[in-house]
Write a protein that binds this ligand. Sequence first.
Ligand code: GDP
Ligand code: MN
Length: 362
Amino acid sequence: VNLDEQAGKAILAAAGIPVPRGRVVETAQDAAEAAEGRPSVIKAQVPVGRRGKAGGVLFATTGREAGVAASQILGLVIDGHRVERVLVEELLPIRHEYYVAITFDAAGKGPVVLLSAQGGMEVEEASSGALRRLSVNILDGFTPAQAAALVEGVEHGAAVAAILLKLYAVWRDTKAELLEINPLAVLADGSVVAADCKLVLDDAVQGGQAALSATATPLERQAAALGFNFHQLGGSVAVLANGAGLTMATLDMVRHAGGTPANFLEIGGDAYTKAKPALELVLALPGLRSLVVNFCGAYARTDVMAGGVIEAWQALAPAIPIFFSIHGTGEDEAVALVRDRLGIEPFDLAEDAVRAAVEAAR
Ligand code: GDP
Ligand code: MN
């Protein structure tokens, strides 16, 4: 998962790395207030880079200007992400910008620390010769001597090296895939501050959950507590399928048919026993217009899964329409169950079920 800037900075701050003072807000009015009458920078909180070039980073000298800037940024769509929150931060008197990243190097089979003295928004264009790389032996870790060697001859080297050691500790302790600070800013007084933060956590790592929960919605947290792998996607067509692969394929089909998926929910072969809590979660999604159920059975019987969903559907009696496509083990029995108990006809092709659900959501 790619944390947004503020969630990443909170983790940095907890590790003793200086970050700017700031607050996340959702309205222009709150942004004006959060600026506290001082010069500020207003930044779109979306988990992608290059927001600056997309108009997602603006500067303001007064609270009123901060409000105007926030109203310009809120609602922008940057790299497919609609901006719903902005970070209002104190404006730093930046004297110099460094680029710093810690990640895995497949060729070196270990961590690598990257440093460029030409950070900021043009770092991609900077000559690659300016990029310093240091491979870390995972057994020894990133040592103070290595940090000192990496910053040799760089302005403010000692201060940058001290921060690099702390950043490495964060990367290691969060078991991150990538920690990138651009810019790592040297201020007029010589202090070093992480002015931006991109922290990409490894979803397969347990304990990344704690950081994850910082960005989870209340519904997602509720789902996690129930043991579901559930994500809110913001669209109007809910998807219930067995297995993560089929679920993702179904989400793609919804998009392909011109619709917007509302959720990812991995329900697996537990559709019978967990159908009710799963449906309750899905039905609590805001803006929901239809539900498509796509089952494909191999070892798990589709009639057992369909039975669970039908039972829950009848108990909850939702107002939205439901569309089925069922294939594999127990298919004939499953189709008969849907037909007899819900009085609707499952679709032969998953594609057609999806198309009908998208149509109904319009
Ligand atoms: P990105 O474009 O998504 O990487 O967003 P950043 O957070 O890195 O902001 C873009 C650029 O705005 C940075 O590279 C800085 O040059 C500039 N910037 C961000 N915060 C400040 C600040 O507090 N003071 C100053 N002077 N510039 C800033
Ligand atoms: Mn940046």
